[in-house]
Every structure is written in structure tokens, then in C-alpha cells.
Design a protein around this ligand. Sequence first.
Ligand SMILES: Cc1cc2nc3c(=O)[nH]c(=O)nc-3n(C[C@H](O)[C@H](O)[C@H](O)COP(=O)(O)OP(=O)(O)OC[C@H]3O[C@@H](n4cnc5c(N)ncnc54)[C@H](O)[C@@H]3O)c2cc1C
Length: 366
Amino acid sequence: LLSFVLSAVDAGVVAANYVEAIGWIREGDRIAGAQVQDRLGADRFDVRATLVVNAAGPWGPALIEDLPLPIRSGRPLGLSKAMNLVTRSITRHHALGGLAGSRFLFVAPWHGVSIVGTSHDPFDGRADSLRVRETDVSAFLEEVNQAFPAAGLELDDVRLVHRGLLPAADRSGRLLLKQSVVRDHRADGVPGLMSVLGVRYTTARGTAERATDTAFTILGRTPPVCQTTETPLTGGDIPDFASFVAEATQDAEETVDRVTRRRCAHSYGSRYRDVLQPMMDDPSLAGSLSDDCPVTRGEIQHAVRHEMAVRLADAVLRRTEAGSAGHPGLAALEAAAQVMGVDRGWTEDQRAREVEHTEQVYRLDP
Ligand SMILES: Cc1cc2nc3c(=O)[nH]c(=O)nc-3n(C[C@H](O)[C@H](O)[C@H](O)COP(=O)(O)OP(=O)(O)OC[C@H]3O[C@@H](n4cnc5c(N)ncnc54)[C@H](O)[C@@H]3O)c2cc1C
């Protein structure tokens, strides 16, 4: 996912995270930009634009709530709460499909654990109020064990819950929306604004193509021929993956071992040298976060310096593999906080708060 943002930045986009749109700049009926707030500080400021694209996913509908009523015609009728569970390993080398009632579930091996999914349940509330409770996970585990009786999964086997909201086609949230929505809000009497609501990550490029064409049309320009089908993402320009990995791992030198090189080749693609070079220059960066967590200090430093990781959870859960297969252990979190803290200027207290904030992700609400 991150590669989409990195590719956009390579193409000239200015990206910013931890900046929340909290309102609109309005000039008559027209939207002329957004009022935004720094989520980590108190600053509020305006970002003006000829055209604003609301691509805030499940939060998108709430953002347009105070705009004229017809604008709601472009929003989904409801939201569905979705979960995938990261569990102890169920199958090592193959994926399974199975039925629980009429619901089709999957199990896939991943980084030494399994991912089981996907649950879909009605959700009634604001996107910010999404919680995953033990009872939700227990209920889903019953279905999983019905689909895969030999798995015998229990609550203690769940290491992490991937959770989120998806746009639904009905108010109950049971029926998922099948097609992404791209809407030009001139049709609703609100020029200067369009909405993009994606339904699948796998079809994101198709949705982006429609969105870009719509934006060009609104701006009165002819859209260029779209090149998304043949444009690799940043790091993805690899003609033959097997020989690429073989090459990346072959001249393992003492500073950076073969396992780290292999992981970096898989995670960063053709950008892997950008991550390895600082480790070769400063061998302390090639050390793993802990005996139980092979991710290196160098990967955490790369996340802060080149991938806009701002909080510890960004680096551990969304930039590196450190915590993506389950809690990496307190020692690893503390080591990662230490590395990040140097660049972020964290005090000991702040490091402890970041560790606690990250640990919350692994806890279920009672
Ligand atoms: C458990 C689960 C499993 C899934 N499995 C699959 C799968 O296997 N295959 C697949 O193709 N898809 C899958 N999906 C769906 C996929 O994740 C979504 O379709 C996709 O993330 C939608 O992308 P998006 O960019 O439109 O929205 P999002 O990914 O929701 O991104 C919206 C962004 O807007 C930001 N935002 C919100 N409000 C504001 C604001 N006010 N100001 C600034 N920013 C804001 C949010 O922080 C967020 O980063 C799954 C989803 C879930 C929850």
C-alpha cells in the first residue's frame, strides 16, 4: 500500500500524514479547499485547491454531512464491519477455503502465522467509533471452526485483528457495495468537490483511473491516456523476481546477513539497497530489534527517515514486518522506540507512551 504513496511522491505529489480535514472552505456553493488540523500538534490551517477529492474511505460520508442534502446521493447506504484474524499457524504451505453456513472463509499462511477471514457484520455508528470486542472475535472464531473444524482455534490463538469498515449497499451493512463510487459533486450543486469511495484494494488502480479522468473533466482538460496497466509501483520494476532475490542475497557480507537481505528484497523490492546501505555504513543498524524479532534497527530508521513513520505503531505495524504477525515482544518495541526516538527527539516518557500506544493495537476491548 505504501508503494502507492511513494510512487505518487516520485511523480510530484506532496504527501502529508497526521493532518485531518475538519471542515470546508466555502465560497458560495463552491468548495475551495479544506480546513485541516495537525493531529499531533494543535495547529489548524487552510489548504486551498481548485478541486478537492474526498477519498477518506469510511470516514468520507461524515465529512460531507454538513453540505447540501443532495450530496448524500453519492454516499453508501451503510457500513460493514470487517475482520481478518492473524492466528497461530494452521497450514504451513497452502491456503484453504471453507464454508460456515453460507459464508465463504479462507485461511492463508503468512510469515509463519495464518490469516483467517473475512468476517462482515452490520455496523451502525460513526467510523471513529469502531471497536473490536472479545465477543466479536469469539463469535467469528465459532464460524471459523465450523468452516475448518481441525483448526480448533481459541481466543488465545489470535495474535492480531485486522479490522476496518467497508461501504455497504444496504442500511443493515450486510450487503457489500460491489463497485467503487466516483462522484462529481457538481451534480449535487457543490462544485469544487468530488468523492472517491473504493470497495477493494485489488481494484484500486481501476478506481484511480476513473477518478483521475473525472478530475481532468471537471478541470476542463483532456485526460491523458492512462498508463496504470503498465506502470510498476516504486520498487516494483523487477522483470524476474526469482533472479532478483537470488542476486540480492548472493553477496551476503558479514554486516548484513542473508535473511535480512532476503526480507528487504521482498519488502522494498528494487529499493532494497536504499535500506541496506545505511546498515553497511553503520553496522549497529544491522542488528535485529530483539532475539525474537529479526527486523533490524536500520529498517526502523528507514521508516522514520524515508516513509513518514511518525508514531511507533506506524513503523512497527505499517512500515516494517516487526509487528504485523503479532506482538513482537516488549524488547523489540523498546528497541524500535529507541531508534525512532533519536530522530523524533523522544524523551524516555515519550518512548514509554509510544510503546503503550502500540501495545493497545494487540488488545481486544472487553
Ligand atoms: C479486514 C479487511 C480485509 C480486507 N481485505 C481485502 C482484500 O483481501 N482485498 C481487497 O482488495 N480489499 C480488501 N479490503 C478492502 C480494502 O482495505 C479497502 O477497499 C481499501 O482500503 C479502500 O481504500 P481507500 O483508500 O478508499 O480507503 P481507506 O483505506 O479507508 O483510506 C482512507 C484514508 O482516509 C483517511 N482519512 C479519514 N478521514 C480523514 C480526514 N478527515 N482527513 C484526512 N484523512 C482522513 C484515513 O485515515 C485513511 O487513511 C479489506 C478491508 C478490511 C477492513
